[in-house]
Design a protein around this ligand. Structure first.
Ligand code: ADP
Ligand code: ASP
Ligand code: MG
Length: 466
């Protein structure tokens, strides 16, 4: 028998009807003679709601967080009632769900009194979304006669203490999954694990970053030696662009890890950028499929790329980013200036998404997320204050009205003229390109446009992919 790890996203567990599909998919796998391992996100909108609840508690809005918590209680209870029949089993699960919400409320009372919440407390609260949904899904499976158990990933995924964006300690995580989870799976139990969360060696709950349940799915898939990882979501697969931007988007039947990595890094929300990390070396097949159209084969992600008829396979966009420019005619003579700029940005915790430098070294540009842009600018200004005083650096500026557009396709490597086609298309649309970079994997080209041009840029580039 083989193990198949299946991760279900927020929409896929967002209502009793959606969870019925999840149950159908898990049962189908069992009937085919496999051992399914389920990894679930919080019900859609619940993580946002929990983040909002903490904000209300920090601001002293007790009525606000109590009423939000009540909404969460009602929503989970309603789904539980639709998925299970009345009786002791349902009552026990209902009690557990309500206790979890009570915990959220209790933490909020403390936060309310202190008027502040540390990242550690935030993770403790936010983790409840997945802890609730895992119990709900397990209850639905049990109702249908499947021997299932809800389990918190906190007992398996061991992480550092970077709350909000924790990184797993691989070997400890591996040994806990192998010794604690594998025997359970092999005894025929279908585990329903929480996505998104882990815990430090000392036991404090951490989260892996927004959208991190995909990463959790990959971790469990890797260490249970699954034959396949399936990311079940709300679209038919990885598409040529975000269908919310362009309705003409089509499913891509096959992409490589590298291509999907670039897509995810540059904004394709369908997969968390870290998803391929745990399965890359073992070359585990990854599939992206639709919970609401479960007979569709979806997208198969494999180690190597297959040629496609279009060189550009997909187009993505990243919003909420800023462009930082450091410029000045005297920069040519300053040794190590690029290194200092990047170090300063790193000190400000700004993740650099894109870099470009003109050959004359008169200016360098980088793109960082909006939220870290001001801090990065300040750190660079502090570091370069002597150069600014000497007029070697004349400009350190931010533009926050921009977005990144990326074209992805492994075929770009050996095909001349792709960049030419991309920028010709922009020129024909009279879209001003503010900055350009080619991915080091040579399978992507990224460029910056103003936010007002974003939709037009994606739409016209997408023409080259479909
Ligand atoms: P889940 O809750 O299942 O994790 P997400 O909302 O995180 O789902 O990701 C799925 C969404 O990603 C889709 O509904 C779609 O709007 C968006 N998306 C963005 N880019 C792409 C793309 N290239 N292919 C497919 N979906 C995309
Ligand atoms: N529930 C988490 C989020 O909304 C994790 C996930 O869904 O992947 O970010
Ligand atoms: Mg997601």
């Amino acid at each position: 028998m083989s193990i198949i790890t299946m991760k279900f996203g927020g929409t896929s567990v967002g209502s009793a009807e959606a969870i019925s599909n999840v149950i159908h998919i898990a049962k189908r796998e069992r009937s085919a003679g496999n051992w399914p391992v389920l990894v679930v996100s919080a019900m859609s909108g619940v993580t946002d709601s929990l983040i909002n609840i903490i904000g209300l508690a920090v601001n002293g809005d007790k009525w606000g967080y109590l009423s939000e918590a009540q909404k969460l209680r009602d929503r989970h209870d309603e789904a539980l009632n639709a998925l299970t029949s009345p009786g002791k089993a349902r009552d026990a699960v209902s009690l557990t769900l309500n206790k979890l919400i009570d915990e959220v409320v209790e933490i909020c009372h403390a936060v309310n009194i202190l008027s502040e919440a540390s990242p550690k407390i935030r993770d403790a609260v936010v983790s409840h979304g997945e802890r609730l949904s895992a119990r709900l899904v397990a209850a639905g499976l049990a109702e249908q006669g499947v021997d299932s158990r809800a389990l918190d990933a906190t007992q398996f995924i061991v992480t550092d203490d970077k709350f909000g964006a924790a990184a797993p300690f691989w070997s400890e995580t591996r040994s806990r999954i192998e010794s604690g989870l594998l025997p359970l799976i092999e005894s025929g139990v279908t585990p329903v694990l929480t996505g998104f969360i882990g815990a430090t060696p000392a036991g404090a709950v951490t989260t892996l970053g927004r959208g991190g349940s995909d990463f959790s799915g990959a971790i469990f898939a890797a260490y249970t030696a699954s034959t396949e990882l399936v990311i079940w979501t709300d679209v038919d697969g990885v598409m040529t662009t975000d269908p919310r931007i362009d309705r003409r988007a089509k499913v891509i039947p096959q992409v490589s890890y590298t291509e999907v990595g670039e897509l995810a890094y540059y904004g394709a929300k369908v997969l968390h950028p870290k998803t391929v990390q745990p399965i890359l070396d073992i070359e585990m097949p990854l599939r992206v499929r639709n919970t609401f159209n479960y007979d569709h084969p979806g997208t198969l992600v494999t180690p190597h790329s297959e040629p496609s008829t279009t060189v550009i396979k997909a187009v993505t966009a990243v919003r909420n980013v800023s462009m930082l420019t450091v410029g000045g005619r005297g920069m040519i003579g300053v040794p190590g200036i690029a290194g200092r700029v990047f170090t300063a940005a790193a000190r400000a915790n700004a993740n650099i998404l894109m870099i470009s430098q003109s050959s004359s070294e008169q200016a360098m540009c980088m793109v960082v997320t909006d939220e870290r842009a001001a801090a990065a600018k300040l750190a660079i200004e502090e570091d370069l204050d002597a150069e600014v005083a000497r007029n070697n650096v004349e400009e350190i500026s931010i533009r926050d009205d921009i977005a990144i557009v990326t074209a992805v396709g492994a075929g770009m490597r050996g095909t001349p003229g792709v960049a030419g086609r991309v920028f010709q298309a922009m020129g024909a649309e009279e879209i001003n390109v503010l900055m350009i970079a080619q991915g080091s994997s040579e399978c992507s080209i990224s460029f910056v446009v103003t936010e007002t041009d974003l939709k037009r840029a994606v739409m016209c580039l997408h023409e080259l992919a479909i």
